[in-house]
Structures are given as structure tokens and as C-alpha cells.
Design a protein around this ligand. Structure first.
Ligand SMILES: [Zn+2]
Length: 476
């Protein structure tokens, strides 16, 4: 089929469906999308609260616990430890399909009934890391989000295989780093961005294979450089002392200085390296990755974001997180071995042939289920035989097309559409959609997205002398 122009059901603007896209949709047996790629991406992002934690009552113990879901949002939450245990049975919520009402309405009712985990974490792999979310394998971490295999770190987002990091965004194999954006395979990096295979770097941008550089831009394999000028080792050390980076006032001034200095240099048209036939930004070690952002080791991907753990192959419209995804479409927060999953959220650990599922693990052949583990052939959390399941699923798909769900803005959801934004338990401004596609309150409401005015916060903290650890008090 040749490429075709369609009008987006959401923003009404025109978008192209490429002939390659049609082939993919045909292969995984879904209709072509009715929303444009950007609207589809934002719709998935509206379901992802990455960094906010709220106090919420556990529906299991009645105790007030920390949760990624706001106190007044719909999911009943259980403490993650309880939720992942056998203390409750998600199939006890199982429902028959009612062919007199839209199927998505019934799925939404089930989603609102079945308990959700308070945080999206692999609980058994966290040690002393209670105030973190969207993470696994953490030790001694505090306010670390979207992370795996991290130790002794605080205040970070998108942090992988790192230790002793503070205030960082997009760190991988980083050690002893502070206040950076995008650091890979590096140590002792401060106030810098886009630094790879380097150590002892201050106030720099886009360095690779460098060490002992201060205020430098676009350098490769250099040592002892200050503002892109070479120095001897001794001169460099002397100069570094003069910069007096120990004072916050000096740091702020230097940040301003490097900002102005870096404007003199050209920037690459896209960030990334070692990729073939790929378009987007921050694409590494990939092949045939198109219209995608922040991808590591991807192959044949399109319209994907934040697949930072490889490998991922043959995926369309997947937001987060990867590590063994194949043939996934319109999913978010799925990974660790997935195959042929569609319209799913937060499903991981060896799952295949799932559609419209949330928080299902180590399962296969599920349709519209929530919170199932080690299950197969279930629909709306109700167990069927293989034969019954195979007969019922095509019937439901036909019903979804004949009696689609229609949302508050009149947008139509036949089979092949991701969850409607109004199902998100979060307001637009609580999700990563607001980080990457910021809207004002009025703009969000006009698009039919929900909004919550944040509560005023009191940042005043009093620390008494005896609360300060001795090693900090004694520091010079
Ligand atoms: Zn659109």
C-alpha cells in the first residue's frame, strides 16, 4: 500500500502513514492509527507520572502510604509489597463480557475496581530506597526515578548502572557526578552535559574521551584544557584553584559563562552515535530507528521514546522502557521480554500476546486484564479455556468496532485505539506529557485533558546542628 495522508482525530492536522507503516499494521493485525504520531505519543505520556509521590490510603491496610497515585485519584492502591504478593486474588474481580455496552466502558470499570500497586517498582530488588519510583535494583537511593541498578544516589531521573550520583538527568554508567545532563561511562563530572567516556570534567558540553577539562565544548580525546585552550598539568591545577568552584556564587557565574561561550560553537543536528539509517534524537547503536527519541540499541523502531535498555526490535509507538521488546504497538512502561503486545501499560517479565492489559506479568494470551501474574487465556480478569478465549476475542474486537467507546470530546475508540486520556489517574500537569509538551491550564482543558492546580508547598526546612553528620561538619 502506498503512503497516505490522514486527518488526526485529536488535533485535526494531517499526517502521513508511510507504506512501511501499513505493512507493520497488517503484520500485527491492527487498523492504521486515527491519531497523528505526536498526539499518540502525548496520549501515552499522559499516563506516566514519573517523579511525583503522594500520600494515599492503602485499600488493604487502611494506612497512609506513599504512592505515585494522587490521594483523590481512582485506583485503590495496596502497598507494593502486598500487591506483588499472594495476599489477594485479581481473578476474583473477573467479569463476563456484556455485549449490550461498549467494551472499553467495561474495561474502564474493571481498571477502577482492581487494586494497583502503590509504586511501579520491583519491590524485592530495592534496598533502603523507599522514596523512589519506576525503578528496580536500587540500594541507598532517595528520590531516584526511572532507574535501574543504582547505588548511593539522590535526586535523579533516567539513571542506569550508576553510583554516587546527585542531581542528574539521563545518566548511564556514571560515578561521582553532580548536576549534569546526559553522562555516559564517565566519573567525576560536574555541571556538564553530553559527556561520554570521560573523567574529571567541569562546566563542559559535548566531550568524548576527555579528562581534566574545564569550560570546554565539542572536544575529543583531550586533557588539561580550559575554555578549549591547552594547559600544562601544573598550570591546569593552579587555574582550577583560582576558579574557586567551592562557592555557589562562583558556580552560578561559571554556568552563565559556559552558556555564552558554548554559543560560539556549532551543534550536531542530532545527538547520537553509531547508528544506521536512523532519524530522531539521542539515538545510539541502532539500526532503522525512525522518528524516535532516546533509544539505545534499537532496530526497526518507529515513533518510540525512552527505550534505554536494549535490545528492542520491531516496535511502533512504544514509550518506555525496553530490554527485550519485539512487536509491541501503542504501549508504555513495558519490557523485560515482551512479544506481540498491543495497547498495554506497565506489563513486563516475559509477556506475550497481550492486548489492553495493565500491570500484568509473566503471562500470555490475555485480553483486557489488570494485575494478573502467571496467567493465560483471561478476558476482563475471568479465566477461559484456550478454545473459549480464541472464539471470544474476535467477537469482542468486532463488538468494539460496531459499538465503540466515545469519549467526552467525541473522539471515537474502535479496536486499535489506545486508552482515552480521561482514563488517566493523573492530571496532565502531573505527567511527563507536561514536561515534554507543556500546556497552560486553559490549553489543557480545551483539549479535554485534566488539570490540577498544585498545592502551595512550604520549602522551609530547619536543620539543627546535631542533625548534621560529623563528616560534613568537619569538612574544610
Ligand atoms: Zn494529532
Amino acid at each position: 500500500m502506498s503512503r497516505e495522508k490522514r486527518a488526526c482525530q485529536n488535533c485535526k492536522s494531517e499526517f502521513w502513514i508511510e507504506s512501511e507503516d501499513f505493512k507493520f499494521y497488517e503484520k500485527i493485525k491492527v487498523p492504521p492509527p486515527t491519531w497523528c504520531p505526536e498526539c499518540r505519543m502525548v496520549r501515552r505520556m499522559m499516563f506516566r507520572n514519573e517523579k511525583l509521590l503522594f500520600k494515599k490510603k492503602s485499600a488493604f491496610s487502611g494506612e497512609e502510604i506513599f504512592s505515585m497515585f494522587p490521594a483523590d485519584s481512582y485506583p485503590n492502591v495496596y502497598e507494593s509489597k502486598i500487591w506483588y504478593s499472594d495476599a489477594w486474588d485479581p481473578t476474583s474481580y473477573g467479569k463476563e463480557v456484556d455485549f449490550s455496552r461498549p467494551f472499553l466502558t467495561q474495561l474502564i470499570e474493571l481498571i477502577k475496581e482492581v487494586p494497583h500497586p502503590s509504586r511501579s517498582v520491583s519491590e524485592s530488588t530495592l534496598i533502603n530506597s523507599d522514596y523512589c519510583n519506576n525503578a528496580n535494583d536500587l540500594k541507598n537511593c532517595y528520590l531516584i526515578f526511572n532507574a535501574a541498578r543504582v547505588e548511593n544516589s539522590a535526586y535523579g531521573d533516567i539513571v542506569y548502572d550508576s553510583k554516587d550520583c546527585m542531581d542528574g538527568l539521563s545518566l548511564r554508567q556514571a560515578e561521582l557526578v553532580y548536576d549534569n545532563f546526559w553522562v555516559q561511562k564517565s566519573s567525576r563530572i560536574f555541571f556538564s552535559s553530553n559527556v561520554e567516556d570521560s573523567h574529571d570534567i567541569w562546566f563542559s558540553k559535548n566531550l568524548r574521551g576527555c579528562s581534566n577539562c574545564f569550560g570546554c565544548v565539542n572536544l575529543r580525546n583531550k586533557q588539561y584544557y580550559i575554555f578549549n585552550e591547552p594547559y600544562s598539568r601544573e598550570e591546569y591545577k593552579k587555574k582550577l584553584e583560582e576558579f574557586a568552584v567551592g562557592s555557589s556564587e562562583a558556580v552560578e557565574k561559571l554556568k552563565e559563562k559556559i552558556k555564552t561561550f558554548s554559543l560560539r560553537f556549532p551543534r550536531k543536528f542530532m545527538e547520537g552515535r553509531n547508528s544506521v539509517n536512523s532519524r530522531g534524537d539521542y539515538i545510539y547503536n541502532s539500526k532503522n530507528v525512525l522518528n524516535s527519541y532516546n533509544i539505545q540499541g534499537g532496530e526497526d523502531l518507529r515513533y518510540c521514546q525512552f527505550l534505554v535498555d536494549s535490545p528492542n526490535k520491531n516496535c511502533y509507538d512504544q514509550t518506555l522502557f525496553g530490554e527485550g521488546n519485539a512487536f509491541t504497538y501503542e504501549c508504555y512502561e513495558c519490557g523485560l521480554g515482551t512479544n506481540n503486545i498491543k495497547f498495554c501499560a506497565a506489563c513486563w517479565s516475559d509477556v506475550h500476546d497481550l492486548q489492553y492489559c495493565r500491570y500484568c506479568f509473566s503471562s500470555f494470551n490475555l485480553f483486557a486484564c489488570i494485575g494478573l501474574r502467571n496467567k493465560s487465556y483471561c478476558i476482563l480478569n475471568k479465566q477461559y479455556t484456550k478454545e473459549e478465549y480464541e472464539k471470544l476475542v474476535p467477537k469482542i474486537i468486532e463488538h468494539m468496532n460496531q459499538m465503540p467507546y466515545i469519549d467526552k470530546k467525541g473522539r471515537v475508540y474502535k479496536y486499535g485505539e489506545f486508552f482515552p486520556p480521561e482514563l488517566s489517574p493523573f492530571s496532565y500537569n502531573e505527567t511527563i506529557a507536561q514536561e515534554y509538551f507543556p500546556l497552560s491550564k486553559d490549553e489543557a482543558l480545551a483539549k479535554g485533558y485534566s488539570w490540577k492546580d498544585p498545592e502551595p508547598r512550604n520549602y522551609q526546612v530547619t536543620i539543627t546542628n546535631d542533625q548534621i553528620p560529623n563528616h560534613i561538619k568537619d569538612a574544610p
